[in-house]
Design a protein around this ligand. Structure first.
Ligand code: NAD
Length: 303
């Protein structure tokens, strides 16, 4: 049993912390949203009054926050005034699972190292369903020995654990993945909209493409058409998944990475524009698969 501090109990962090508690760990949690704390108590977690209290006495601390600015504010005390790294014992391990810019991950890692604390950037893939089922993919950057030390705890939340390379490498791999995800989600919505406008049933078309060369994760595991897949966000009015605003953030991170690498990303840039346009039409809190609405020419929920 490990005493684990867990900060950020949103769509992903909530079920991840619940899985750690289910595995028998003592999980001390904190989030800014009171409803998240209520859910965490029901899942067997110990609720702390603030982030510092949550990590106090922990050899391992995990954060799952929206973006780099939140992770810096938390771990570098930017704007919040809490010396969180100072609350951890020397040699403790911090694992940030948020998807953030490489510079922020490296800055927090360097600050941790200066205090004798180990740090891994460990963004995840697999969505809310993967977080709930404990089948996430962890894409980890940092020292090999720290990755090995983190494995038993990561295995309580995920099935596939990858060491991508040095500090920041987890974020680079995650950005490549999410740029590709945005492209195939937009493409899947585009193909489904075309077929349905020509009279096909979305479920029949999905089955056909799923057994043909157009198959992909968005079609098969996260179908954007309402009702085609019982458990996809599309079938619950695009609630409780991966918000469009987070996809726009990730595509922005991918574009910055491309500029740094002098690498052309025309498909990624187009996808970023599509998701940005969609977000600007009042859809930023909906799951990103609601991009289908752009192709149908109406906001989701409209008849
Ligand atoms: P979310 O917005 O649902 O959750 C973020 C949580 O962080 C919120 O509950 C918020 O209250 C909390 N928070 C923010 N600042 C805080 C602070 N200072 N102290 C305590 N709590 C704080 O987002 P999410 O969907 O859970 O995503 C989290 C991260 O995981 C993002 O970086 C996202 O890009 C990434 N991600 C999400 C998915 C997905 O399917 N939702 C999949 C893979 C990766």
């Amino acid at each position: 049993m490990t005493r684990i501090g867990f900060i950020g109990l949103g769509n992903m962090g909530g079920p991840m912390a619940a899985n750690l508690a289910r595995a028998g760990h003592a999980v001390q949690v904190f989030d800014l949203v009171p409803e998240s704390l209520d859910r965490a108590i029901k899942a067997g977690c110990i609720v702390a009054g603030d982030a510092r209290e949550a990590v106090t006495g922990c050899d391992l601390a995990i954060s799952m926050l929206p973006a780099g600015e939140h992770v810096r504010a938390l771990w570098l005390s930017e704007g919040c005034g809490q010396d969180l790294l100072g609350a951890l014992p020397a040699g403790a391990l911090v694992i940030d699972c948020s998807t953030i810019d490489v510079a922020s991950a490296r800055a927090v890692g360097a600050a941790a190292k200066a205090r004798g604390i180990r740090f891994l950037d460990a963004p995840v893939s697999g969505g809310v369903a993967g977080a709930a089922a404990g089948t996430l993919t962890f894409i980890v950057g940092g020292e090999s020995a720290d990755f090995e030390a983190a494995k038993p705890v990561l295995a309580c939340m995920g099935q596939n654990l990858f060491h991508a390379g040095a500090l920041g490498a987890g974020q680079i791999a995650k950005m490549c993945n999410n740029m590709l995800l945005a492209i195939h989600m937009a493409g899947t919505a585009e193909a489904l909209a075309l077929g349905v406008k020509e009279g096909l049933d979305p479920g029949v078309l999905s089955t056909i493409m799923g057994k043909s060369s157009g198959n992909n994760w968005s079609l098969e595991r996260y179908n954007p058409w309402p009702g085609v897949m019982e458990n996809s966000p599309a079938s619950r009015n695009y609630e409780g998944g991966f918000m469009t605003r987070l996809m726009v953030k990730d595509l922005g991170l991918a574009m910055a990475l491309a500029e740094h690498a002098h690498s052309a990303v025309p498909m990624g840039a187009l996808a970023r524009n599509l998701f940005n346009l969609h977000a600007s039409q009042g859809q930023e809190s909906k799951d990103f698969s609601s991009i289908l609405a752009l192709y149908l020419g109406k906001a989701q929920g409209e008849k």
